[in-house]
Design a binder for this molecule. Structure first.
Ligand code: G4P
Ligand code: MN
Length: 184
C-alpha cells in the first residue's frame, strides 16, 4: 500500500502525490451529486489544480491538504491517521476544513461562517478553492434533488464564508466574485 512505508526524501512532489493517492483510495466508492455520478475524487483533484494554476500556490502542505480536505468529513478516515501519514501541519489544515457531520446541517453551515475569519491562511486557501470548485459545479448543473432555491442559498452562504477569508489570495477571490456575481 502506498499509504505505508517511508517516502524517498529526495522526491519533492511526494506529499501531494501521496495525498492524491490516499484520497483516491479513500473516496473510491463515492460519487458527486450530479446526474452523471461523477467520481468524487474529481473534486479534491480539481481543488488542488485551482490552487496551483489559478492561486499560484506552491506550499506542499496546502496542496496535500487540498487533496485530503474531504477525507475525514466524508469517509472513515480520522485526523489521527492523516497526522500519522502526513504530519501535524497537513492534519491541522484538514481539521480546519472538516465539518462535524454529527451536527445539524444549519449549525454546520453557521459554524463555517463564524469560524472562517479565524482559520489559518493555509486553511483559507483550501476553503476558497473548495468553494470556487463547488460554485462552478453548481453553475454547470444542479445536483440531484436540489431546486433553484437551494442553489441560490448555497451561493449566498458561500459568499458569507468567503467574506471571512478575504485578504488571502487575490486571484481566487476575484474568480469567486465573478462566479457569485453571475449567479446572485
Ligand atoms: N456543487 C456541487 N457540490 C457537490 C456535488 N456533489 C457533491 N457535492 C458536495 O456537496 C457539498 C455541498 O452540499 P451541501 O448540501 O450544502 O452540504 P452537505 O452535504 O455538507 O450537507 C459540498 O461539500 P464540501 O466540498 O464539503 O463543501 P461545503 O460546501 O460543505 O463547504 C460539495 O463538495 C455536485 O455535484 N455539485
Ligand atoms: Mn470539498
Amino acid at each position: 500500500m502506498a499509504e505505508k512505508g517511508s517516502p524517498p526524501p529526495y522526491y519533492p512532489e511526494l506529499p501531494k502525490d501521496q495525498a492524491a493517492d490516499f484520497a483516491a483510495r479513500r473516496h473510491r466508492f463515492q460519487k458527486r451529486k450530479d446526474h452523471r455520478q461523477t467520481p468524487y475524487i474529481n473534486h479534491p483533484v480539481g481543488v488542488a489544480y485551482i490552487l496551483t494554476t489559478e492561486g499560484r500556490v506552491t506550499d506542499p502542505a496546502v496542496l496535500a491538504a487540498a487533496y485530503l480536505h474531504d477525507t475525514v468529513e466524508d469517509t472513515k478516515t480520522t485526523i489521527e491517521e492523516i497526522e500519522a501519514e502526513f504530519g501535524k501541519e497537513v492534519a491541522s489544515i484538514v481539521a480546519e476544513c472538516t465539518d462535524d457531520k454529527t451536527l445539524h446541517r444549519d449549525v454546520r453551515k453557521a459554524l463555517q461562517i463564524e469560524r472562517a475569519p479565524r482559520n489559518s491562511m493555509q486553511a483559507k486557501l483550501v476553503k476558497l478553492a473548495d468553494k470556487l470548485y463547488n460554485l462552478r459545479d453548481l453553475e454547470r448543473g444542479t445536483p440531484v434533488g436540489w431546486d433553484k432555491r437551494r442553489v441560490k442559498e448555497y451561493f449566498k452562504w458561500s459568499k458569507e464564508v468567503i467574506a471571512g477569508c478575504k485578504g488571502t489570495n487575490d486571484a481566487l477571490e476575484a474568480a469567486l466574485d465573478d462566479v457569485i456575481n453571475r449567479n446572485l
